[in-house]
Ligand binder design. Structure first.
Ligand code: AMP
Length: 307
C-alpha cells in the first residue's frame, strides 16, 4: 500500500473570465487543483465540503483520476462559488464574487483511514482549522501549508502558531512580503524560517518559484509558454505536483525536494494551458516527465572549458 497524501481545502464552482473565454460553475477550488495535479504521480486523499447543488459529475472527474473522496462531505446548502476576471496580460485578476455557502462552516473531519497519512497539504483555510487538522493526523513526515492575505491580516497570531508546527510554508511573493513586513523576498523567506518552518517555497507566477532553507536557495524558472489560457489554480497544481512527487519517492532529502520543485513547476505550467482543470484531468505521466525534462534543458549549461 502506498503512503497517504492528504489535502484539505476548498472544492469550488469557479466562474472565470479571461481574454480567451469564460467558464461558469466549473470544477475548481484549491483542493481540486492540488488533487488533479497530484493524482498523476501518487494517490491523493481529499478532505473538503460541497453543497447539495454540487454536480456529481464534477466529483466523478476526480474519482476517475483515482482521487479518494472519502473525506468530502456533502451538506445541505450552496457550494462555495468563486468568480474572477483576469487582465489582458493575465498578470492580475479581480475577484468579482466569493460566495462561501457551506464552506463558511467547514469543519474538516479526517476519516480514520486518512489519519496515517505521511504527507499533508493544508490548503488556504482558516489557520484555526489548519491547526485542527494537524491534531487529527497521527505522525506525518512532511506537512506543507498555504495561506492568503485574508488570514495574514485577520488571524495573524494563529497563523504564527501554525508556522511552529509545519515543515514547509508555500506562499506567493506578495503573501511572503505581507507576512514578514519585508519587501525583499529573500529576507522575507528568512523571516518566515525564523518562525518555525524548515523550508519556504515562494511562488512568483511567471517568474518561477524559490525553495529556501536556512543555508541555500534553489530557483526554478516558469516554463516559457507561448499560450496561457487560465492562470487559476497554478499555485495549487504546483503544490500537488510537489507533494505527490515527494510522496511517490518517499524521499524528503534536499536533492529530492529540488526535483519536487521542478515537478511542481511542470504541473503549474500544464494547469494554465487550458481552462480550469481541463488540462490536468487529461495529462499523462509521460507528458509530465517530458515537461520536467524540458525544464532541465531550459536551465542546463556547461562551465567554461567543460563539454
Ligand atoms: P489560485 O489561482 O492559486 O489563487 O487558486 C484559485 C482557486 O482558489 C480557485 O479554484 C478558487 O475556487 C479557490 N479560492 C478562491 N478564493 C478562495 C478562498 N477564500 N478560500 C479558499 N479557496 C479559494
Amino acid at each position: 500500500m502506498s503512503v497517504g497524501l492528504v489535502v484539505v481545502g476548498s472544492i469550488a464552482l469557479d466562474s472565470v473570465i479571461t481574454p480567451f473565454g469564460e467558464t461558469a460553475d466549473a470544477l475548481g477550488g484549491a483542493a481540486v487543483f492540488f488533487a488533479m495535479a497530484g493524482a498523476v504521480l501518487h494517490p491523493v486523499q481529499v478532505v473538503g465540503v460541497v453543497g447539495s447543488d454540487f454536480p456529481e459529475a464534477h466529483l466523478e472527474k476526480l474519482a476517475a483520476r483515482g482521487v479518494d473522496l472519502a473525506g468530502v462531505e456533502r451538506q445541505q446548502g450552496e457550494s462555495f462559488r468563486w468568480k474572477a476576471r483576469y487582465s489582458y496580460d493575465l498578470n492580475s485578476r479581480e475577484t468579482l464574487e466569493t460566495r462561501l455557502g457551506v464552506f463558511a462552516h467547514f469543519q474538516p473531519r479526517i476519516p480514520a483511514k486518512f489519519r496515517d497519512a505521511k504527507f499533508v497539504f493544508l490548503g488556504n483555510i482558516d489557520p484555526a482549522l489548519q491547526l485542527n487538522v494537524l491534531d487529527q493526523v497521527k505522525q506525518p513526515t512532511l506537512v506543507a501549508c498555504d495561506t492568503m492575505n485574508y488570514w495574514i491580516q485577520g488571524k495573524r497570531d494563529l497563523l504564527l502558531e501554525l508556522l511552529r508546527h509545519i515543515d514547509i510554508l508555500m506562499v506567493n511573493d506578495s503573501e511572503a512580503r505581507e507576512l514578514s513586513g519585508d519587501w525583499n523576498i529573500y529576507r522575507a523567506a528568512h523571516w518566515i524560517l525564523g518562525r518555525g518552518p524548515k523550508m519556504v517555497v515562494i511562488k512568483q507566477g511567471d517568474h518561477g518559484a524559490l525553495l529556501v532553507d536556512p543555508e541555500t536557495i534553489f530557483k526554478v524558472p516558469a516554463y516559457p509558454l507561448q499560450d496561457v489560457f487560465d492562470p487559476t489554480g497554478a499555485g495549487d497544481a504546483f503544490a500537488g505536483g510537489f507533494m505527490a512527487y515527494v510522496a511517490r519517492t518517499g524521499d524528503v532529502t534536499f536533492p529530492n525536494l529540488r526535483r519536487a520543485m521542478v515537478y511542481g513547476s511542470a504541473m503549474g505550467s500544464l494547469a494554465v494551458e487550458a481552462f480550469g482543470v481541463q488540462r490536468l484531468e487529461q495529462v499523462t505521466l509521460k507528458e509530465v516527465r517530458g515537461r520536467v525534462k524540458a525544464f532541465r534543458d531550459l536551465v542546463h549549461f556547461s562551465l567554461d572549458g567543460e563539454e
